[in-house]
Design a protein. Structure first.
Lengths: 90, 353
């Protein structure tokens, strides 16, 4: 039986973001804070996308590669959830 | 101007922090340092930024990686807001001062220090830097009771502020001052940031250099002065032609596993576009350019496409999947098209503006 994919929530996304941008850390309570201002750079941004795709088995749409589209935890969660819906609808 | 004697007689204070700003461009450490300084005088220096960093060059050498940069003759000498004084390591040593004390006196006198250090000794750098000696230039902008404050970049070439204890910084400085690594500065660059009210934006220079960018040529290189200059000259490409070099390179990386992917030249192309956005804002502000001109939209598109190309390349690197580079190439081609049309239109608009 295949492993159950984790649910896409602010909390699970936060765990993945922290794994990708270590040693930087963010908390779910910082959902709307600009990650660039918290110290995330372009490499961290791409690392987050790669981790999200691996963890949730989704394909982040191209717009996600623009930092402005995924510069907060909330936006990342929304983009990932949207990508999952696309996968399910396909 | 304050003399070095005056500087040395300054009483050190417990804490001194000089202004720096996150630079808009930090492809090389010296560029990061320059922009971190002149960014603190943004209003004054904007015409200079608009007038420089216009042409790009790239030297094709697939086996050694790319050498890519802005075409720039003498950055420090060409920037009237900065005066550079160089002090060889031997002079610091002969002064009989501990290097940390020396740097503190320089900073408390209002000067910045740009120097090579060995990252190996500074815990603020990631773990990988503590496995080998790695020499790099940093910009010291301050100190506290216990630490030296400096700017540097790690991955992604984005300048950040760091700090290191006096002991760690001393070891990092000394490792290089003892001659363990090649140091193109041969000591410390003491940078003086000053006001300048005489600089005038040179529109003719801009037209000349933008024309060279569009025509993929450059009349102002110094290759003839260096060994192997002629060979370098024939392998160097300028302006819009840099895109074709990058595309050739990415194609080769996709075909040949032995060729290592390097992101930096794509990052440089992206930086060129972000600076162009600043210039467009300046020309619009100066009423030399109508914001409704199509060139503005096209150059904005070129910037976005360069960003996507770079991020696909980063993704390819992170996944270890060279197939992803096909997407990077698609966006680079789109960027080239938008940049070409946008720059030609911009040139016409500015000639008439």
């Amino acid at each position: 039986m295949p492993d159950k994919k984790p649910e896409i929530t602010l909390e699970t996304v936060c765990l993945i973001v922290n794994r990708a941008i270590a040693p930087l850390t963010v908390e779910p309570s910082q959902a709307d804070e600009d990650l660039q201002e918290l110290g995330m750079d372009s490499l961290g941004h791409v690392a987050v996308i790669v981790e999200l795709e691996k963890e949730f088995g989704i394909q982040i749409p191209e717009e996600g590669l623009l930092f402005s589209q995924m510069n907060t935890l909330r936006k990342i969660t929304e983009v990932a959830a949207g990508a999952e819906q696309m996968e399910e609808g396909a | 101007m304050e003399t070095m004697n005056n500087m040395m007689s300054h009483r050190g204070e417990a804490r001194c922090v000089l202004p720096v700003r996150p630079p808009e461009y930090s492809y090389h450490a010296r560029d990061g340092a320059l922009f971190a300084l002149i960014g603190t005088k943004e209003e004054q220096t904007l015409p200079w930024v608009a007038n420089n960093f216009l042409n790009l060059e790239i030297r094709k050498d697939y086996t050694q990686g790319f050498v890519a940069d802005f075409v720039m003759l003498d950055m420090w000498g060409n920037c009237p807001w900065i005066i550079r004084h160089n002090i060889p390591h031997a002079v610091v040593k002969a002064a009989g001062l501990d290097c940390v004390e020396f740097i503190k006196r320089v900073v408390s006198s209002g000067y910045y220090c740009f120097l090579h250090i060995d990252r190996y000794y500074l815990p603020v750098y990631p773990l990988s830097y503590h496995k080998m000696h790695f020499y790099h230039e940093v910009l010291v902008y301050g100190y506290t009771e216990t630490e030296i404050l400096f700017c540097d970049y790690i991955d992604g070439r984005k300048y950040h502020t760091f700090s290191g204890s006096y002991d760690d910084f001393r070891a990092a400085y000394q490792s290089n001052a003892d001659g363990n690594a090649w140091d193109y500065l041969s000591g410390m660059d003491i940078l003086e940031l000053r006001d300048c009210d005489w600089y005038e934006y040179d529109h003719d220079k801009l037209i000349r250099e933008l024309t060279e960018y569009v025509q993929s040529r450059c009349e102002t290189t110094l290759y003839d002065l260096y060994p192997g200059g002629k060979a370098n000259k024939s392998a160097t490409f300028f302006g819009l032609e840099v895109y074709f070099s990058l595309l050739d390179f990415l194609e080769l990386v996709m075909e040949n596993e032995k060729v290592q992917l390097t992101i930096l030249p794509i990052q440089l192309e992206y930086c060129h576009k972000t600076l162009m956005r600043r210039r467009l804002a300046y020309w619009i502000q100066q009423k030399r350019l109508d914001p409704a001109e199509r060139c503005c939209t096209l150059l904005e598109t070129a910037e976005k496409e360069c960003l996507l190309a770079r991020n696909y390349a980063l993704k390819s690197q992170a996944l270890g999947d060279r197939g992803v580079l096909a997407d990077a190439m698609t966006h680079l081609r789109r960027a080239q098209q938008a940049d070409w049309e946008g720059s030609v239109r911009l040139l016409e608009a500015l000639k008439n503006g």
